[in-house]
Write a protein that binds this ligand. Structure first.
Ligand SMILES: *Cc1c(COP(=O)(O)O)cnc(C)c1O
Length: 414
């Protein structure tokens, strides 16, 4: 029984053959669909800002330029990447808890849309830099709420945290920022948790944001132009995870967002969802080739050319407490009907026991030369991995658009 390869597997096999393995394949058609889905459900209330750190591939940033509203960067390097991809600095915001003077200078000089201030120290430094240039820089103040609901895979507030101004300290700190002559507070920013798959937790979190925004604007007598909701939208990574239901979120929180926007003080505010993985994560596959198979004390282990050096997140070492397998498949499935499914371990090429991409994964029996595709790898890929550890070749990056493939590898071997 020969079953034809799916379109996806044909593309993944072609990418591996043309550009080598390991390879990340990013499908812009999938990003496009996800963006359309996001706008269909939440576009009534929100513009969309892409967090560059989730995938700073220049080709992808260029593709996004006329499709998304804003970029959020977290370093001077990301500012350069965004601008090289053709983004106007006015559509870029800049977050990050330890901005350097040189980065502030470059951003203000470039005409950055908003500097997202994370502390009074940074505000004073930015004010001095802007004063030197004779500029008044628009800023947002990042606030760290006192509480983050349960259900977020990663949490940046609700406990001691380096990010933003704790809401408990806002009354003391914000007026000092507002008094700096070369900064102009035009709004507020919160990003307190992410990787949430529960609509009710997302809604509860946004409710907390609305309360913090409302109280802070009233205390400062601020009519904000922009309020950024660090979205927190999660994606399914593991078998059994289900996709976040945006319709449920819209239905639950929509009336409250309508009421929020109708408050006189908030009438001019543009609300923005800031996110990364939701848009690009499910649009990426990590393709690695089985180089060797070992039968070891009853376990079949497929040893691949890509591992945690290329893909730290899929190895479970990027902010995951317990390692869980990502969803993955054998490219081609069981195309000849000769490979009964069995549980196998998948490991990478590194000389360390933590270099494991899967444990007890049910896949068609793997052999040397096979390709494995790991799903949900479009965010926090190469640039979030220790690429130089053990000096293996850099992974390829491939952009797939309507069946056309392009080598867009950013980080190359020396
Ligand atoms: C990382 C980050 C994001 C994006 O997070 P995702 O989980 O990829 O959606 C958004 N905003 C800020 C400030 C971030 O640091």
């Amino acid at each position: 029984m020969c079953s034809p390869l799916t379109d996806l597997d044909r593309h993944l096999a072609e990418a591996a053959a043309r550009f080598g393995t390991p390879a990340y394949v990013y499908a812009t058609d999938v990003v496009e669909e996800r963006l359309a889905h996001l706008r269909a459900h939440l576009g009534r209330w929100f513009a969309v800002s892409f967090a560059v750190k989730s995938n700073p591939n220049p080709a992808l940033l260029g593709w996004m330029r006329d499709r998304l509203d804003y970029l959020d960067i977290s370093s001077g390097g990301e500012l350069a990447l965004g601008r090289e991809a053709g983004w106007d600095a006015a559509r870029i915001s800049f977050t990050g808890p330890a901005k350097r003077e040189a980065e502030l200078r470059a951003a203000i000089e470039a005409g950055l849309g908003e500097l997202v201030l994370e502390s009074l120290r940074e505000a004073r430094l930015a004010d001095a830099v802007a004063a030197e240039m004779g500029r008044v820089q628009p800023v947002l103040v990042r606030l760290a709420p006192a509480r983050v609901p349960k259900g977020f895979g990663d949490q940046m507030a609700g406990r001691p945290s380096p990010f933003g101004v704790d809401v408990e300290d806002a009354a003391e700190i914000l007026p000092q920022i507002a008094a700096l002559p070369n900064l102009r507070i035009i709004g507020l920013h919160i990003y307190s948790g992410t990787q949430c798959l529960k609509p009710e937790a997302i809604c509860e979190n946004w409710r907390i944001f609305m309360q913090v925004f409302r109280d802070t604007c009233a205390a400062l007598d601020l009519r904000p132009e922009k309020l950024i909701f660090g979205a927190g939208l999660g994606i399914p990574y593991h078998p059994g995870d289900s996709a976040l239901d945006l319709a449920a979120i819209a239905a639950e929180i929509g009336p409250e967002l309508d009421a929020f926007r109708a408050e006189p003080r908030l009438a001019d505010a543009r609300l923005v969802l800031e996110l990364g993985r939701y848009l690009v994560g499910p649009a990426g596959w990590f393709v690695t080739r089985v180089l060797s198979v070992k039968q070891s004390r009853g376990t079949r282990i497929a040893i691949c050319d890509g591992g945690l050096n290329d893909n730290l997140a899929a190895s479970g070492n990027f902010g995951m407490v317990l390692r869980r397998n990502y969803v993955m498949h054998r490219v081609g499935g069981d195309e000849d009907g000769t490979r009964p499914e069995e549980k196998q371990d998948i490991s990478g090429p590194l000389c360390t026991s933590i270099d494991k991409l899967g444990g007890g994964v049910a896949l068609p029996r793997l052999e040397e030369g096979d390709l494995i595709a790991i799903h949900a790898c479009g965010a926090y890929g190469p640039t979030a991995s220790p690429l130089h550890f053990i000096s293996h070749p850099m992974p390829a990056e491939v952009l797939l658009t309507g069946g056309q493939m392009q080598d867009v590898t950013r980080i190359r071997d020396r």
